[in-house]
Ligand binder design. Structure first.
Ligand code: DCP
Ligand code: CA
Length: 365
């Protein structure tokens, strides 16, 4: 049984603006386009939501519903900065963090770095640290799969903490409006409502065959998710540790006038890849596989990080010239740049990994 936490900041853009201008506290605040523009509402404070205002609505329509609302332009740099801060907090608890948007992430805390035995306690601590660090509140959901954790975080917004245990899941799923199920978008929701399927309880009545015939592969997912089954895993952001390329020659060769231009081309490719992913590395490695499949690697570390094709090439060439490539026919050449700047994620101490007995903690719905 896994322990998944879904964390979602409350009225995110609006909360950041209110934090930075306390005179806005308690007022309907709308972040997005101005009322006299063609813009839309990015988000709004909970006070504004009472007037029926929501994300995606035309700002002019929002103004008609609540003329006294304060309309603000978004400050994306500020939101990204907060997003980084919360992600850093998550990484103190687990490396299995999957950000889903600027203000939302899934965490798999089945094995957590701090040895906290309860997912609920972990979630409470994360919420506390988010307030401490950013001055903002988040809602958290705790459960045994991603879908239920997400439903849970939405349950008691704002500043909520909800646990969905395996015992409570069936009841919650039966009552859940059909549009809230993962993968059911506006079109499918409309279709299902037209066919009298309004809640999880209605969805439960449909057989797997019926669902697959109507919705294809997704139908199978609907069948499972309403039964509390969701096998999706928390997939952390991919952080490359190195970038490289290798290829085999058409004919084995010891001819430097063939090998060196090959390495030049590989240096250009690796440099382009490093630029594309905004990476730079300190270590250049050349791999040589000889005709008899004997393979060697030669590396050198530089003083500075580089993604410069000329620098990479000159090091790689020197490394190659110090091998037996000129004497023994070469079958394959590879070039890799590694030793990227250590991200804070890698610096954090993995600490003691413990697997506590299964328990969501003391919290009940
Ligand atoms: N956002 C946007 N346009 C949308 C939806 C959202 O620009 N149509 C932005 C503004 C939100 C942020 O993304 O602040 C996060 O979106 P959420 O859906 O999580 O909404 P909020 O965080 O604003 O509110 P909630 O408390 O309901 O999570
Ligand atoms: Ca949010």
């Amino acid at each position: 049984m896994r322990k998944i936490i879904h964390v979602d900041m409350d009225a995110f853009f609006a909360s950041v603006e209110i934090r930075d201008d306390p005179s806005l506290r308690g007022k309907p605040v709308i972040v997005g386009g101005q009322p006299n523009s063609r813009g839309v509402v990015a988000t709004c404070s909970y006070e504004a939501r009472k007037f029926g205002i929501h994300s995606g609505m035309a700002s002019s329509a929002a103004y008609r519903l609540c003329p006294q609302a304060v309309f603000l332009h978004p400050n994306f740099e500020k939101y990204v900065a907060v997003s980084r801060q919360i992600r850093q907090i998550f990484l103190d608890y687990t490396d299995l963090v999957e950000p889903v948007s600027i203000d939302e992430a899934y965490l798999d805390v089945t094995f957590n770095k701090c040895g906290i035995p309860y997912a609920t306690r972990t979630a409470r601590e994360i919420k506390r640290r988010i307030v401490q660090t950013t001055g903002l509140t988040a809602s958290a959901g705790v459960s045994y799969n991603l879908f239920l954790a997400k439903i849970a975080s939405d349950y008691q917004k704002p500043d909520g903490l909800t646990v969905i245990t395996p015992e409570r899941a069936p009841e919650i799923l039966r009552k859940l409006p059909i549009g809230k199920f993962y993968g059911i978008g506006k079109v499918t929701e409309k279709y299902l409502l037209e066919h009298g399927i309004r809640t999880g309880a209605d969805l439960l009545k449909l057989s797997k065959l019926e669902l697959v015939q109507t919705f294809g592969k997704t139908g199978e997912y609907y069948y499972n998710v309403v039964r509390g089954i969701d096998d999706r895993e928390v997939t952390p952001e991919h952080e490359p540790k190195s970038m490289g390329t290798e290829s085999t020659f058409q004919h084995d060769t010891s001819d430097m006038t063939e090998l060196v231009p090959f390495l030049r081309k590989q240096s250009d490719e690796v440099a382009a890849e490093l630029k594309k992913y905004d990476c730079a590395g300190k270590t250049v490695t050349v791999k040589v596989k000889f005709f008899d499949f004997r393979t060697i690697t030669r590396s050198r570390s530089l003083k500075d990080y580089t993604r410069d094709s000329d620098v990479i090439f000159s090091v790689a060439r020197d490394l190659l010239e110090h091998t037996e490539a000129e004497k023994i026919p070469v079958r394959l050449l590879g070039l890799t740049v590694s030793n990227f700047p250590v991200s804070q994620k890698d610096e954090s101490d993995p600490g003691q990994m413990i697997q506590p007995e299964f328990d969501f903690g003391e919290e009940e719905l």
